[in-house]
Write a protein that binds this ligand. Structure first.
Ligand code: FAD
Length: 380
């Protein structure tokens, strides 16, 4: 059996693995991407709500968005690929108790250069109908919206291939050992010798780290998204989140996509759509969105997937403290689509230059857990 060689082995061909592969190959490094599924975007990337936004509470996450959203907004001009960006906006409905903190985060977003509008209930209701009980107001991000994660992931795969990266599908990584110059990776009955490993295995990143004897504190959490029956409001609803209850919705064609993260959901690879949770989401949501009373649900159009979750719901991007040629790019929770451009360029800088000057990823270091660092509050 011959042993393949590469400067970098990227594990996982979701949106983050594809972005890393492109940015690394563009820097002239030889890249092999190992993906156990038959194609790209078949993990969490293919199951998201596709939202992109700048409305975060920590400077670190706002900066990732300020790098990433302009990339999505101009992707076609820059690279000739349509990634389906639509500026439908995120509309956050803010309860009185969170207003002061929320306004502080809006001030931070504006200071860093993110466009955000503060609306009263009447202005917000022009975009979607809701009951304003207990709300102090709303904010709207005009750059925020959606992309098509399949298109973006497949665009990076194609662009990475054009720059020389090789993708090996149906190739599950089963063993990883250190060697004097980097790593030895066993996958799909073949072997790769490489200088760096990039762990972009999403919710499976903890498992992949364990193959190399490394503790990568990222685990899976099931998230469900429900779809309404056809809905006849001509308006396109922004991605609207009731910060009081966590219930969210947005238009998806002539349907409404909606959900609520289950904070009690145990970690693990739990599968399927849970009708009891749907019932809870509907009962919770109807108080804010009374028109849900009449909204039919298309259970067969609803779906589920996994968040890869770190201890503070923000990603880990950078070298592992016990192995500096091992780069983790995982633990994005519900933000791994929107931050993939920044993650890819940062990882390429780390490996090609030993540091990244394009985006500040120092906050996302492995060793932050337990430190006194700002924790992101806008996690959904
Ligand atoms: C319901 C839902 C809604 C979401 N909504 C949003 C949203 O609105 N906006 C947003 O930004 N994010 C959202 N997310 C999160 C987003 O989908 C993820 O953060 C993102 O897709 C992670 O991409 P990734 O490339 O890191 O991981 P993935 O897409 O999961 O890719 C990891 C890949 O690694 C592969 N792999 C795993 N183990 C191995 C192995 N041993 N060998 C080889 N390959 C392996 C997997 O097969 C997979 O293809 C949502 C997620 C869910 C589930």
């Amino acid at each position: 059996m011959s042993i393949h060689t590469a400067d970098v082995v990227v594990i996982g061909a979701g949106i983050n693995g594809a972005s890393c592969a492109f940015h690394l190959a563009e820097r002239g490094l030889s890249v092999a991407v190992l993906e156990r599924e038959a194609g790209a975007a078949l993990g969490s990337t293919g199951r998201s709500a596709a939202g992109v936004r700048v409305q975060f509470t920590t400077a670190a996450n706002i900066r990732l968005s300020l790098y990433s959203l302009p990339v999505f907004r101009s992707f076609e001009e820059r690279y000739g690929h349509d990634v389906g960006y639509r500026s439908i906006g995120y509309l956050l409905l803010v309860p009185e108790a969170r207003w002061a903190d929320h306004m502080a985060s809006v001030a931070l977003q504006k200071e860093l250069g993110a466009p955000v509008e503060v609306l009263d209930a009447a202005e917000a209701r022009r975009r979607v109908d809701f009951d304003a009980e207990g709300l102090a107001g709303a904010t709207f991000g005009p750059w925020d919206g959606v992309i098509d994660p399949h298109l973006a992931c497949l665009a990076w795969v194609e662009m990475a291939k054009e720059s020389g990266a090789r993708f090996h599908f149906g190739t599950r990584v089963a063993g990883i050992a250190r060697d004097p110059d980097g790593w030895h990776v066993r996958a799909g009955g073949e072997e790769w010798s490489c200088g760096h490993v990039v762990n972009a295995a999403g919710a499976w990143s903890g498992e992949v780290g364990a193959l190399a004897g490394l503790d990568v504190p990222v685990g899976p959490k099931r998230i469900q998204i429900f779809l309404s029956a056809p809905h006849d409001d001509p308006r396109t609803y922004p991605l609207t989140i009731d910060l009081a209850s966590g219930v969210y919705l947005r238009s998806e064609g002539d349907r409404v996509l909606f959900g609520l993260d289950n904070l009690e959901q145990a970690f693990g690879f739990t599968e399927g759509v849970d009708p009891e949770w749907l019932e809870h989401v509907l009962v919770t949501g109807v108080a804010r969105f009374p028109w849900w009373e009449e909204m039919g649900v298309d259970l067969r159009g609803s779906w589920w997937g996994y968040y890869g979750v770190s201890p503070d719901n923000s990603p880990i991007i950078g070298s592992h403290p016990d192995a500096d040629r091992w780069i983790d790019v995982c633990g994005f929770s519900g933000h791994g689509i929107m931050h993939a451009p920044a993650a890819g360029v940062a990882v390429a800088g780390l490996i090609a230059d030993g540091a990244t000057s394009t985006v500040d990823i120092s906050h996302f270091r492995h060793t932050r857990f337990g430190d006194d660092v700002a924790v992101e509050a806008n996690v959904f």
